[in-house]
Design a protein around this ligand. Structure first.
Ligand code: SF4
Ligand code: SF4
Length: 346
């Protein structure tokens, strides 16, 4: 298996660099194929916020597919807002309109059994195409620590069904197993990571924008994620999806072509410093919980609707910490950055 890294510090350089890499994979596509391009279209945010896959990446991929005679479509199931709104604000709609490529909401689910989880409902539009090109964004994630190729295919589960999975999975490790099962079902033919400008800190929506300067491409999402995590100097055991994919023997041997090293500030929900056992034991009793910032909150109720355990009451702006399972979905979906992750002793 091959993983390609290319250093790329400006989106203006994407066409030259990415087209060369994509040409390596032209054998994967044939004229007339229907290929779904699956970016990270989490919520209606401008490209400068680094929440969504940059439209330049989508443009180059679509042009490559169209040149091959492929019939591409672009789709996702955003956590916040309709696909049309998210595509418009993120700049993806403009690209699609110019190239006459349809944008679709990943809805209308069909049920499948994964290896560990049963009854996983994926959008019909994902399974009825000839292949999926997965285009994740390099970002931190308050629950899963990083979001890369494997996490990005979770968007193939329609709408609010995604929140319910946090409750069903329970722990972050179990949730990683679900993400892996979904990724195995979606089985992208190609993964193209937008790591030019991404996010660090408390991502995936409300962290800090950061220039990473990376484009990474591989047919295998597990290999790609593993290579990126290593090049960021992060312990493999810290990233749940990478840890579980190694334990499940899903990371194939791969050769890395190209050099890139990066640094990233991880979310405040993770402790990366090795601590004496007594202090670590004490710290396990200190957890990060969501707290609503009353000055910022506009009462849109998105967090209340998306909380899988109904732990949020927006009338009082309070979170029921007895119910809260600390999935941080509320923090992820809040469009106003009005949810802080604060320490609490349990
Ligand atoms: S905390 Fe955020 S998502 Fe929740 S109601 Fe307030 S503004 Fe909306
Ligand atoms: S309050 Fe937030 S972190 Fe807690 S369960 Fe609900 S969505 Fe998850």
């Amino acid at each position: 298996m091959k993983v390609y890294f290319r250093e790329c510090t400006h989106y203006e350089s994407v066409p030259g660099l990415l087209k060369d890499l994509l040409n390596e994979y032209s054998h994967l596509f044939k004229p007339g194929d229907r290929i779904l391009v699956k970016p990270n279209l989490l919520s209606p945010k401008a490209p400068s916020t680094a929440v969504t896959t940059h439209p330049y990446m989508i443009k180059v991929i679509l042009e490559f597919l169209l040149d091959m005679g492929v019939k591409p479509l672009v789709g996702d199931s955003p956590a916040v807002g309709s696909i049309q709104k998210v595509a418009r604000v993120s700049g993806v709609k403009d690209v699609c309109e110019k190239l006459s490529v349809p944008i679709v909401e990943l809805d209308d689910p069909l049920e499948f059994d994964g290896i560990i989880y049963r009854k996983i409902r994926l959008s019909r539009k994902v399974v009825e195409v000839d292949g999926v090109v997965n285009v994740p964004k390099l970002k931190t994630h308050s629950q899963m620590i990083l979001t890369l190729a494997v996490k990005n295919t979770f968007g193939c589960i329609p709408g609010k069904e995604k929140s319910a999975w946090h409750l069903r999975a329970g722990t972050s490790e179990n949730f990683a197993d679900l993400l892996i099962d979904v990724h195995l079902l979606v089985k992208p033919v190609l993964n193209v990571l937008d790591g030019v400008i991404g996010m660090e800190g408390n991502g995936p929506s409300n962290g800090q924008v950061k220039l990473f300067g990376l484009i990474a491409v591989s047919e295998d999402g597990f290999a790609l994620d593993h290579a990126v995590v290593r090049s960021l100097g992060i312990s493999e055991g810290l990233i749940y999806t990478v840890k579980r994919s190694l334990e499940r023997d899903l990371v194939p041997p791969y050769i890395l072509y190209g050099e890139w090293k990066g640094k990233i500030s991880l979310p405040s929900t993770v402790s990366v410093v090795p601590l004496p056992r007594s202090i670590a034991r004490l710290l396990r009793r200190v957890i990060r919980v969501p707290r609503i910032d009353r000055r910022r909150c506009v009462g849109c109720r998105i967090c209340e609707e998306r909380c899988p355990v109904s732990a949020i009451d927006i009338d009082t702006r309070k979170v029921d910490y007895e119910r809260c399972i600390r999935c941080y979905v509320c923090h992820e979906v809040c469009p106003e950055n009005a949810i802080n992750l604060v320490r609490r002793v349990v």
